[in-house]
Design a protein around this ligand. Structure first.
Ligand code: 13P
Ligand code: ZN
Length: 269
């Protein structure tokens, strides 16, 4: 499949590249850290027929709701700063088979460069399947190593959803407005596993994003910009908290009453 000749796909690839640059410049994407996937079915008017010509790979489990669906995914080991400069080399389109238990890399005619999707594919696909099941409109799944958030999980006190969410909501009113369901927290689990995928999906059922202990964040959104912004808002709150602490200030946070009014305001957005 030629991404260059599909205007909508090309636009999504450029947006992905721009946000990859934001992640790199924020310091949230050291080496190959972070990965992005975008559901792109709506851009593909005529699905390819001769799929035998493309490399195919089995998945460890089936994603029936994703059968025949297409995703633009970043490659494992790829750098966000390289994705920003050269998106076609660092992200590809995959298409799941009729059962949703295998995929083809269809923006690569033959294995010329050993491109493989991100090692966090189980979490990405699991989340896309969850989005389909609940019928919501998100198209993007993004993972980043956000330093401020990882730093917070070095403190046992903050490895707790109530404490974590009180902190992020309390630092700035916009956090409650845009992240009203807060962050889910997952105690350390090996990355790239089905276990971390399962726990992340469970947690996203009632949170806006999920923080992996001593690792990073997973967020979802309708565009790469929305998804990045959600992570950015949370990171801003945590940065304010750390700034206060390093200046010897114990941050006051917003009162429960003010948070309740903000939650109310958020529900009207
Ligand atoms: P990949 O290079 O496989 O995408 O892994 C990066 C990462 O952040 C793993 O959690
Ligand atoms: Zn990671």
């Amino acid at each position: 499949m030629d991404i260059e000749s599909n205007k909508e796909l090309k636009q999504l690839l450029l947006e992905m590249a721009e946000v990859a640059d934001f992640l790199w410049k924020r310091g949230w994407a050291e080496r190959n850290a972070g990965n992005i996937s975008i559901s792109v079915d709506h851009c593909i008017k005529k699905p390819l027929q001769n799929l035998e010509a493309y490399p195919s790979f089995e998945l460890d489990r089936a994603y029936p709701k994703l059968a025949t669906k297409h995703f633009l995914v970043t490659g494992t080991g790829k750098r966000m700063r390289d994705l920003a400069r050269n998106p076609l080399e660092n992200a590809r389109i995959i298409r799941l088979n009729n059962k949703g238990d295998a995929y083809w890399i269809i923006s690569q005619q033959e294995i010329i460069d050993n491109f493989q999707p991100t090692s966090e594919l189980p979490t990405h696909l699991g989340i896309h399947q969850m989005i389909k099941e609940r019928g919501s409109q998100e198209k993007v799944v993004m993972h980043a190593h956000v330093s401020e958030l990882i730093a917070l999980t070095q403190s046992a006190e903050h490895c707790d959803e109530d404490t974590l969410n009180k902190l992020i909501w309390g630092m700035h009113p916009e956090t409650m407005i845009f992240i009203p369901k807060g962050i889910g927290f997952i105690p350390f689990v090996m990355p790239g596993t089905e276990e971390i995928a399962r726990k992340t999906i469970q947690s996203l059922a009632d949170h806006d994003m999920v923080l992996w202990e001593k690792h990073g964040i997973f967020a979802i959104g309708s565009s790469v910009y929305d998804t990045f912004d959600a992570i950015d808002i949370v990171s801003k709150s945590v940065k304010i908290w750390f700034m206060c602490r390093s200046a010897g200030i114990q941050p006051q946070g917003l009162s429960e009453e003010k948070l309740a009014s903000l939650r109310d305001l958020s529900s009207r957005f």
